[in-house]
Design a binder for this molecule. Structure first.
Ligand code: GTP
Length: 598
């Protein structure tokens, strides 16, 4: 298609500000979906996404729109996820667009991801159209939202478009603005092919599917292509676009976005950010790629039933096919047996993977406490990276420990600043900036150890701000910190899967809180169970689970069989997520107790 008639755009927003709803409305108004096909939030394809209302994978949808000038334009909507864990996917999506709709909820105003995503778009050189959503709500305040966009984001919001994605009000203006305010792509169809891979996934029916944006030249069915990063060649056997139903096409020309399949066996061959070129007439150079993303949060995953260990490995391998940001390797634990050390982008990512394994593969999991990757210089001079507490070196062999830190941006109303300052201080934060972005909104910029964030930071932030604080963060280097390994002993035996890494100055409190929490979580047994926290050979805290007096059935007088059965079933249900360690049954919650002690 004539590239002057193309518009590639993304919708960026803080979570829940209405990105998916607006996407649906655009699809509906361009006739991409008939009313019958219209189902709430069609872009969130995976069940899990739909249920949680969050978008995980980037998608691209083509719409044909006949504008008021009588001309039909091709609009490509690149979907972007809204959660901090997935901000790398946002930048990836933005690289294939010329413009973005910045959606701001008129009842909430500008939030941390509004800012973070707007900055990403600005840095990518995108043209931005501010869209003020949810104007149907009684609490909507268009003028204030406009001011906030100008003051906090620094964008001219005079032409911001007020809409209700829910009712469709104003959405027609958004379509006209996309056509008239966003620039067409600049590529040249006559140049050798250069196409940017911005997503790929494994489809059980089609094999590896690659989503790409053609920057220069053309790509067609039957073409022999080459990946510039590894020199591998493939022949394109099918091409298509999503409308959002997949539709087969014969070619993609400069500026267009679509997917192709090409006898690629392994998703690992398709590197996100790689350039695809024509094998016969190759482009001289690759397009700028993307930053490699690295997992930041690590935890052990084990099956409750140790016989299911190989099933877990199969599940992880399959999941990894579609999620290159997720990492795993085998590990073993004295307490839990064989399992896997997994790396995630953040806590939400971890939860999603865990849920998918349990739901799609029907496995019950035990997850150990999440932690980060430390860089340790040994006295021998060797530098090692450790993300598993059970591989922590002997303290006498340690010269220096460095921990990852993040730069966090917290946006809140001024009345919550006091509580938040206390929280970030407790979490070992260092203030970098304190700024009023509007007369009532404050932006705090802090450096914080990632280790403190992965525990309960979100929840604590939410509670001290009554939900009126939003957070965005990125990795920002390492700090040298006196970290120590804290072991948990159950009935005198150290349980390796319960060990955690803590800051030396916090070890005593953390240990005390942790064993107190565990005492609540570990069910009473027929005998007394001691729970201790220890650093090296020094016990820092101790609690006792007192023994059970009676067994449950003894409570049922008479022969009420159904009640008895119910109780037994209840007990069995409770057992499901327990792991027997020595003589003690430890429930899943106890492994994550550290997440619940602030
Ligand atoms: P993520 O995909 O999780 O980032 O969220 P999102 O930004 O896509 O938000 P989504 O479209 O899921 O909308 C969040 C909530 O706001 C949903 O409950 C929508 O029904 C509601 N919502 C979206 N637009 C409007 C609107 O114009 N008016 C009202 N009243 N509610 C809206």
């Amino acid at each position: 298609m004539d590239s002057s008639l193309l518009r590639n755009f993304a919708i960026i927003a803080h979570i829940d500000h209405g990105k998916s709803t607006l996407s649906d409305r655009l699809l509906e108004m361009t006739g991409s979906l008939t009313a019958r096909e219209m189902q709430a939030q069609v872009l969130d394809a995976m069940d899990l996404e739909r249920e949680r209302g969050i978008t995980i994978k980037a998608h691209a949808v083509r719409m044909m729109y006949k504008a008021k000038d009588g001309i039909t334009y091709q609009l490509n909507l690149i979907d972007t996820p809204g959660h901090v864990d997935f901000s790398y996917e946002v930048s990836r999506s933005l690289a294939s667009c010329e413009g973005a709709l910045l959606v701001v909820d008129a009842s909430q105003g500008v939030e941390a991801q509004t800012l973070a995503n707007a900055y990403l778009a600005i840095n990518n050189g995108l043209e931005i159209i501010p869209v003020i959503n949810k104007i149907d709500l009684p609490s909507a305040d268009i003028t204030r939202t406009q001011e906030a966009i100008e003051q906090a984001v620094g964008l001219d919001a005079t032409d911001a478009i007020p809409v209700s994605a829910k009712t469709g009000l104003g959405v027609g203006d958004v379509l006209e603005a996309i056509v008239h305010r966003l620039p067409p792509p600049a590529g040249d169809i006559e140049k050798p092919l250069q196409a940017l891979i911005f997503d790929s996934w494994f489809d059980p029916y089609r094999g590896v599917v690659v989503l790409a944006r053609v920057v220069n030249g053309r790509m067609y069915r039957g073409q022999k292509i080459r990946f510039l990063s590894n020199g591998r060649t493939f022949q394109i056997d099918a091409m298509g676009v999503l409308t959002p139903k997949p539709v087969a096409i014969e070619e993609l020309t400069a500026g267009e976005v679509g997917f192709f399949t090409a006898t690629i066996k392994n998703v690992a061959d398709t590197k996100i950010g790689d350039t695809v070129t024509d094998d016969e007439f190759p482009a001289a150079e690759a397009l700028p790629g993307f930053m490699e993303i690295l997992p930041m949060v690590f935890a052990g995953l084990y099956t409750v039933d140790s016989h299911e260990h190989t099933l877990l490995r199969d599940a992880l391998e399959k999941l990894r096919l579609n999620d290159s940001s997720f990492f795993f390797e085998p590990e073993s634990s004295v307490a839990l047996g064989f399992g896997f050390r997994c790396g995630f982008l953040g806590l939400l990512h971890m939860e999603i993977i865990q849920e998918r394994i349990e739901r799609e593969y029907n496995l019950d999991l035990i997850t150990t406490a999440p932690g980060v990757r430390y860089r340790i210089t040994l006295t021998s001079g060797e530098v090692i990276e450790v993300e598993n507490p059970s591989r922590w070196p002997e303290p006498t062999n340690i010269e220096k420990i460095e921990e990852p830190i993040i730069k966090a941006m917290i946006l809140t109303n001024e009345e919550y600043v006091g509580g938040i300052l206390k929280l970030v201080e407790e979490k070992r934060g260092k203030q970098l900036n304190f700024e009023y972005v509007t007369p009532t909104r404050v932006m705090l910029t802090y450096e914080l150890p990632l280790n403190e964030i992965v525990l309960d930071f979100y929840d604590r932030l939410k509670s001290v701000s009554r939900g009126y604080a939003s957070l965005d963060y990125q990795l920002a280097g390492m700090w040298t910190s006196p970290m120590v390994k804290m072991d948990i002993l159950v009935s005198g035996e150290p349980v390796d899967a319960l060990s955690i890494i803590v800051h030396r100055d916090h070890a005593y409190e953390r240990g005390k809180a942790l064993v107190a929490k565990m005492r609540e979580l570990i069910p009473r047994q027929q005998f007394e169970v001691a729970i201790q926290a220890a650093i090296g050979s020094k016990i820092v805290a101790r609690e006792t689970v007192s023994p059970l007096r009676k067994n449950v059935i003894a409570k049922c007088y008479g022969g009420d069989i159904s009640r008895k059965r119910k109780l037994l079933e209840k007990q069995k249900e409770g057992k499901k997520r327990m792991k027997r360690i020595g003589k003690v049954d430890i429930p899943q919650e106890a492994f994550l107790a550290v997440l619940r002690v602030g």
